[in-house]
Write a protein that binds this ligand. Structure first.
Ligand SMILES: NC(=O)C1=CN([C@@H]2O[C@H](COP(=O)(O)OP(=O)(O)OC[C@H]3O[C@@H](n4cnc5c(N)ncnc54)[C@H](OP(=O)(O)O)[C@@H]3O)[C@@H](O)[C@H]2O)C=CC1
Ligand SMILES: N[C@@H](CC=O)C(=O)O
Ligand code: NA
Length: 437
């Protein structure tokens, strides 16, 4: 059977893993794809690295544009990253009639609408399984496995680096910087690790999932994003005492008023499976009307787990290569008037429960003042813990869990609470999600 020819752009962590797994499992992959998948060209700025990984088994170049114009290439795999040259390469590959596989969630979340439109017009496929939750086949699950369902919400631990940092800090008492360096050494972190830490990478991924789930265009610019850099170890401890774990979650939910799209540290009941996802592992919980809740768990980062998803797309495209473009699985389920029917919800209008931590004077009447402010904003309290002041101190931590309320109400209450003379400094606010019954 005639092989399908692949051009690989970028042979770093994921590119290297892809080359290795394709070679190692060559026979099985060929059998499953129905024909051999052959890497005919590799482009990387570092030719020495390319030589080392490939053993010189194919054409090597430092000019990625020569690969996307190469008439011999059927599928281009983009594993360079970023939105600059990667976008030009992907657009040129499509323009030249080549199918594309990419792990680049930053590129898709910000330019996906343009890329998928170009691919649709040209009748080529764009595979992006590796772009969300690495090796977990979540794109396939949402696009194909759950296709009968009306998806209600998706919540996921979709950044391995931050989950690894939170787990290692909690379990081993290691410092943030030490664990981040380890995540970089293990190849989990983005080229710019602030994308991981500040929640941007998770926001890219949840933007893609929201598009797939609700049939809306990618709207990364409307995502609310808060990372873990301001998370305090004391809140992780108090959350545990209250029976919760703090995880950086990407959440998207269809409500009557619009679509929520948000990333922030979130308290989750410790008994939920997803609360026990540790290290660089990812997990995505999908709530859908027919099937109910389904949970997908696995490695979201690293060379071979991500390669597994890249190669799954290669095999898919190889199988569908000859199918009529009109009858392939659509890239996304775009609906022309989805924007009107399903506007994106501003963060102020999102409803959730909250964990509040305040530093208060150890005086009578303090709690009454605070609860009055919350009541004025129609916020009801679920639980309160007041810590004893440490020896020699006159202030103590007060932790409150609220029932569901709107973000704008909690913000208004916090402004008033911070204005009380008995409250020192800022109120720490973390969001909570029950994620099931
Ligand atoms: N690492 C992971 O676990 C995961 C990564 N991803 C995504 O996969 C993509 C690749 O990530 P990763 O493999 O970690 O990144 P790496 O930095 O390890 O690999 C990228 C490679 O591309 C090379 N490169 C950069 N610019 C060019 C260019 N203009 N022409 C040719 N080669 C170039 C780099 O060379 P040099 O180093 O010399 O710049 C490097 O070898 C990114 O989009 C990332 O977000 C997705 C899921 C998981
Ligand atoms: N930096 C990302 C890599 C995979 O997408 C992560 O840590 O999850
Ligand atoms: Na995936």
């Amino acid at each position: 059977m005639k092989p399908i020819n692949v051009g690989l752009l970028g042979i770093g962590t994921v590119g290297g893993g892809t080359f290795t797994v394709l070679q190692r499992n060559c026979d099985e992959i060929t059998r499953r794809a129905g024909r051999p998948i052959r890497i005919v060209a590799v482009a990387d700025k570092n030719l020495e690295l390319a030589k080392q990984v490939t053993g010189g088994a194919c054409r090597l170049t430092d000019d990625a544009f020569s690969v996307v114009t190469d008439p011999e290439v059927d599928i281009v795999i983009e594993l360079i990253g970023g939105y600059g040259v990667a976008k030009q390469l992907v657009m040129q590959a499509i323009e030249n009639g080549k199918h594309v596989v990419t792990a680049n969630k930053a590129l898709l979340a910000t330019h996906g609408n343009e890329i998928f439109k170009a691919a649709q017009d040209k009748g080529v496929m764009v595979g992006f399984e590796a772009a969300v939750a690495g090796g977990i086949p979540i794109i396939k699950a949402v696009r194909e496995g759950l296709t009968a369902n009306r998806i209600e919400w998706i919540a996921g631990i979709i950044n391995g680096t931050t989950n690894f940092i939170l787990s290692e800090m909690r379990d081993k008492g290691l410092s943030f910087d030490t664990v981040l360096k380890e995540a970089q050494r293990l190849g989990y972190a983005e080229a710019d690790p602030t994308f991981d830490i500040e929640g941007v990478d998770a926001a890219h991924k949840i933007t893609i999932l929201a598009s797939l789930a609700f049939g809306i265009p990618m709207q990364f610019d409307k995502a609310y994003i808060e990372g873990i850099s301001k998370l305090d170890a004391v809140d992780i401890k108090y959350a545990e005492q209250l029976g919760y774990r703090i995880k950086l979650l990407g959440i998207t939910r269809r409500t009557d008023e619009g679509v929520e799209l948000r990333v922030h540290p979130t308290l989750i009941p410790a008994k939920r499976l997803i609360a026990n996802v540790e290290g660089a592992m990812n997990a995505v919980l999908v709530q859908a009307d027919a099937v109910g809740a389904t949970l997908y768990y696995g490695k979201g980062a690293g060379a071979e787990p991500t390669a597994s998803a890249v190669i799954a797309d290669l095999v898919d495209i190889t199988r569908m290569h000859t199918a009529d473009p009109e009858n392939r699985v659509p890239h996304l389920a775009f609906q022309p008037d989805a924007m009107v029917e399903l506007p994106m919800l501003a963060m102020d209008d999102v409803t959730t429960s909250y964990y509040l931590r305040l530093r208060v004077a150890d005086k009578t009447g303090v709690l009454a003042d605070i609860t009055r402010i919350l009541a004025d904003e129609q916020i009801s309290i679920d639980a309160v813990i007041q810590k004893e002041p440490a020896d020699g101190e006159t202030e103590a931590d007060l932790i409150m869990l609220t029932h569901q309320t709107r973000e704008k109400c909690i913000k208004a209450a916090i402004v008033k609470i911070e204005g009380l003379g008995v409250v020192t400094g800022h109120v720490t606010k973390l969001r909570m999600e029950e994620l099931g019954k």
